[in-house]
Structure formats: structure tokens, C-alpha cells
Ligand binder design. Structure first.
Ligand code: G6P
Ligand code: ZN
Length: 552
């Protein structure tokens, strides 16, 4: 039997709800386990690629996931479908694994046509948890909305998918090349390309010396895919003591935890970093290792501050020695980075939430560093946010300056002022209620501008819209903003990454120039803005909840 003889066209029917969100299609595992569910989405992708991007025949695709439950099954399904759709070669991470930033690095390094990443990021995993799939384009970054919308449209019309049902499962454990029908499958070391890239960007000698001098670090991989990468780089190449990486074994259910590196979910790490005997440096990454959290001893760095500190100190690190072309942040991320950009005389771009919006700015050479309040930081080295990269950047800064995390941040605040920042999440709101809240808020906008709320003068009240300066595409309704005189902000938007009900995110920010007032408890510093949010949006009434479920 020749390979094409075994190609089967399977009839199917459209399934509703396959619209990718902020970062790909995310649903419960049980949804993905429904017959044809994954196949429909993947075929829809393969169907639209020729028109959106170019012919797929003979092309190279990258494939891997964060190892969560259903990863193995999905990888085999996609391999068979890629072969049946005419791809020439698939590079797949050993064991079907690739962190999101590593997938981006592999796509770029091998000049691949694109890649499929299987992950629901920081969402819990396991049979009752979440699964996800997203497509990345040749630059290594998430597909832009034009492509995700085309996929969605196609899922609504799909009648059949192509696969090779007769072939044996690909052995994903053994490195090297095999054949699947007429397609080559190369099982690659998931860490190698990525680790080499890190060595080019950072001063590994200085970081080795930092560990050799007795400094200690704790990296919590949250039982997710970050573990193998952190071990290989920190304990392997940098000589950190064995045990520096904790929860370093990727588990299909992340040990039952929520693999989201923030103070609400990484409580074990926060506890381990408190007290005089704590390590100097603490860090964590999420399910697919693109997020990061940075801690000093008894000190938590907000993601917005992290971006600003990295930008202000970038030239201390080899990969950024020549300076930055620009900085980009998502709209709800604090304006701390803007202050740095002003001082450096470079642009600071404000984009909608979602890493995909940074792609054009990075490709066009307009931005070098990017960051989001949602614990995402990255640069032009790949086209995804990159957890371990951010951790190494902070490590390099400590090694280069001899200063602690806390000292670096405090010096930064003294120079640029402090942007107090917090996000309040109201999870599990029934969708109609959440939509009602946002609609009511939008309806109030015209009457708010110029007025006063809780004694604060409102300079501007709007619904954020973004025009991409590179391709001119426009994204509207990206979040309701209340901008106050003096730089305080309250932003409301609905999350695009959840799988159950709606999550309202309320982003709170207040600028404080006076170093005498840089030590307030964050929630206290933001109290008037928390009041404003409730007054304007009637969150308790709409949500039926008494308090936010997560505060970061
Ligand atoms: C993912 C995306 C980020 C985004 C975050 C929160 O991590 O990659 O770009 O900031 O989700 O998105 P959400 O729509 O849930 O606020
Ligand atoms: Zn993630």
C-alpha cells in the first residue's frame, strides 16, 4: 500500500464555538475528546493556510505541547493529519513536548512554515482540566486575528478532514527521523535550540560566578514544561546547585495545581522566599513556560515593574548592549515602561491584550522588549513571551550589578517614580451578566469624561481601540479605560482565555513620584481606585459576588 492509498477523507460536521480567544482555542479536555472536535479545528487550519499564507505541500511544521493530559493523543492525531494534508516534514519535540517559547525558537531557527502548540497555558490540566491548541506563523509568533478568524469561519463550514488512519503511532521518545506516509517526522531535543539561544543573549560566565559565589535561587516550575528547560540551563549550564529547580518534573495534571505564576497560585514559592534564610532570588513559570514571576527575598516584583526595570537596565546584558529600538506593553499593563521609554528617548507602544499584537512591532524592528501585566515578558529573540528568558535577564542583572532584586526595583522607583499596580479578577460570572456589566459601562462612558470620581478628576474615559502601525489593522473594544489626571487608571475588560463563564478583569494603577510614599501596601495605595471601579461598574450587583476571586 502506498502512503496516498491510505489517505482517508472523513466526513464531519461543523461544531459551534471553535473561535480562538486571546491565545488559541481553549476548552475543557472533555470537549476536545469529542469525536472530530480536534480534527475539525486542525483541518480548518490546514484548509485556510494556502490562501492566507501559501501552499503547505512539502513544508515544515513544528509541533509540540506543554505535556498536559491529552497532549500525546493530540500530537499523534495532528501528525497523521499533517501527513494527509501534504506537509513535507514535522519537527516534533521529544515526547511531544515543547514549551511555547521553545516552539517559537524552533520555528525561527529552522525557517519552518509555522507551528502548532498544544497548551492551555496557565489553566489547570488533567482529565477534568483544560486543553488548548494554537497556530504560530513563520516568524514564530501567534497567528494574527486575520488568520484566527479565518480558521473560525472555516470551522463553521467544514464537511470533511483528511487523515491517515492506518499508520502506526510515531515513536516520540527516540530522537531522529522516521516516515509517516510520505512525510518525514523528526523528533528533536526540545531544549537544545532554546538553550543555545539563551547563551547568545546572556552573560553565562557572570551568572555562573554568581552561583559559585554562594548566591541561591529557587525556581518553581509548577510541575509544568518549564522544568526541563530550567534544569538544563540553571543546574546544567550555569552550575546552580541541584534542587534549585523545584517541581521540575512535568506532570499531565501539574500535580493538581494551577500552573499560574502569580502570588495567588504560587503561594509555596512566596513562602519559601520569605525570611532571612530565604534564597536571594525566586522565580516561577507557567504551564507552557511563557509566563514568569520574579521574587526577591521578601519582595515581589509586579510584571509591569519587571518590564520597566529590564528596559531601563537592558544595556547591562550582552543581547541588548546596543540599546532598545522601542518598548511595547499591552494597554492594561502599567505605564512604568512608558517612563523608561521617555527617559531613553524611544517609543513605547500600547497594544491590546494578547502577545500576537507585538508580532508586527517586533518584525518591523520597532520594539525590542515587550511585556504584559499577566506575567508575560519577552523580546525580539522569539515571538512569544518567554518565562525563563525573563528569569535569566533578572539573574544576569543581579550578577552584573551585584545588587539584589529589591535593591534594583527600589532604585528604579527612586528614579522613575512608582506605579502601584494590582489586578482584581472576578471569575465565573455568568456570561450574560458579564456582558451586561460591560454594556452598561460602555453606555456610561460619554457621561463620565471630565467629571470627578471619588475625588479624582477623570481626564479621559473610552473604549480602547488599536490601529496596528505596521499593517493598519484595527482592533476595537479592547477594554474600557478610565484615565485620571496624575496618571491613575482603572481598566475593565473580559478575559479571553477562560473556559468557564466569564472573568472580569479590573486593572488598577496609581502613579506616585514621591520616594517617601513608595512603601504603602499596594491595596491600600489603590483603595480610592477600587472604590471607583465599584461605583462605576456596580461589579457586586452584576456579578452577584462579594469580592474578587483572584488579586494579583
Ligand atoms: C495569555 C496571552 C497573553 C494575555 C493573557 C491574559 O497568556 O498569551 O497575551 O495577556 O493570556 O489574557 P486574558 O484575555 O485572559 O486577559
Ligand atoms: Zn502560558
Amino acid at each position: 500500500m502506498t502512503p496516498t492509498d491510505s489517505l482517508v477523507v472523513v466526513p464531519t460536521q461543523p461544531v459551534s464555538g471553535q473561535r480562538p480567544g486571546t491565545s488559541g482555542l481553549r476548552k475543557k479536555v472533555t470537549v476536545f475528546q469529542q469525536p472530530h472536535y480536534l480534527e475539525n479545528f486542525v483541518q480548518a487550519l490546514f484548509d485556510i493556510l494556502p490562501e492566507q499564507v501559501g501552499p503547505v505541500a512539502g513544508q515544515t511544521l513544528v509541533l509540540g505541547g506543554d505535556g498536559r493530559f491529552h497532549n500525546r493523543v493530540a500530537v499523534q492525531t495532528i501528525l497523521r493529519m499533517a501527513a494527509a494534508n501534504g506537509f513535507g516534514r514535522v519537527l516534533v519535540g521529544q515526547g511531544g513536548l515543547l514549551s511555547t517559547p521553545a516552539a517559537s525558537a524552533v520555528i525561527r531557527r529552522h525557517g519552518a512554515y509555522g507551528g502548532i502548540i498544544l497548551s492551555a497555558s496557565h489553566n489547570p490540566g488533567g482529565p477534568d482540566g483544560d486543553f488548548g491548541i494554537k497556530y504560530n506563523i513563520a516568524n514564530g509568533g501567534p497567528a494574527p486575528e486575520k488568520i484566527t478568524e479565518a480558521i473560525y469561519a472555516r470551522t463553521q463550514q467544514i464537511q470533511a478532514y483528511r487523515t491517515l488512519p492506518g499508520v502506526a503511532e510515531v515513536d516520540l521518545q527516540t530522537l531522529g527521523r522516521s516516515e509517516l506516509g510520505a512525510m518525514g517526522v523528526e523528533v528533536i531535543d526540545p531544549v537544545a535550540d532554546y538553550a543555545e539561544l539563551m547563551e547568545k543573549l546572556f552573560d553565562f560566565d557572570a551568572m555562573r560566578a554568581w552561583f559559585a559565589a554562594g548566591h541561591r535561587m529557587r525556581f518553581d516550575a509548577m510541575s509544568a514544561i518549564g522544568g526541563p528547560y530550567a534544569r538544563a540551563v540553571l543546574e546544567g549550564r550555569l552550575g546552580a546547585p541541584v534542587g534549585t529547580v523545584v517541581n521540575g518534573e512535568p506532570l499531565e495534571d501539574f500535580g493538581g495545581h494551577h500552573p499560574d505564576p502569580n502570588p495567588a497560585h504560587a503561594t509555596e514559592l512566596i513562602a519559601a522566599l520569605s525570611g532571612p534564610a530565604a534564597p536571594d532570588f525566586g522565580a516561577a513559570s507557567d504551564g507552557d513556560a511563557d509566563r514568569n514571576m520574579i521574587l526577591g527575598r521578601d519582595f515581589v516584583v509586579t510584571p509591569s515593574d519587571s518590564l520597566a526595570v529590564l528596559a531601563a537596565n537592558a544595556t547591562r546584558v550582552p543581547g541588548y548592549r546596543d540599546g532598545l529600538a522601542g518598548i511595547a506593553r499591552s494597554m492594561p499593563t502599567s505605564c512604568a515602561a512608558d517612563a523608561v521609554a521617555r527617559a531613553l528617548g524611544i517609543p513605547c507602544y500600547e497594544t491590546p491584550t494578547g502577545w500576537k499584537f507585538f508580532g508586527n512591532l517586533l518584525d518591523a524592528g520597532r520594539a525590542t522588549l515587550c511585556g504584559e501585566e499577566s506575567y508575560g515578558t519577552g523580546s525580539n529573540h522569539v515571538r512569544e513571551k518567554d518565562g525563563l528568558w525573563a528569569v535569566l535577564f533578572w539573574l544576569n542583572l543581579q550578577a552584573a550589578t551585584g545588587q539584589s532584586v529589591e535593591a534594583l526595583v527600589r532604585a528604579h522607583w527612586a528614579r522613575f517614580g512608582r506605579h502601584y499596580y494590582s489586578r482584581h479578577d472576578w471569575e465565573g460570572i455568568p456570561v450574560e451578566r458579564a456582558d451586561g456589566l460591560m454594556a452598561a459601562l460602555r453606555a456610561r462612558l460619554p457621561s463620565l469624561a471630565g467629571g470627578t470620581l471619588q475625588g479624582l478628576r477623570l481626564a479621559q474615559a473610552d473604549d480602547f481601540a488599536y490601529t496596528d502601525p505596521v499593517d493598519g489593522s484595527v482592533s476595537r473594544q479592547q477594554g474600557v479605560r478610565l484615565l485620571f489626571e496624575g496618571g491613575s487608571r482603572v481598566v475593565f475588560r473580559l478575559s479571553g482565555t477562560g473556559t468557564e463563564g466569564a472573568t472580569l478583569r479590573v486593572y488598577l494603577e496609581r502613579f506616585e513620584a514621591d520616594p517617601q510614599r513608595h512603601d504603602l501596601p499596594t491595596q491600600q495605595a489603590l483603595a480610592p481606585l477600587i472604590e471607583v471601579a465599584e461605583e462605576v461598574a456596580a461589579i457586586r450587583q452584576h456579578s452577584g459576588q462579594a469580592a474578587p476571586t483572584v488579586i494579583t
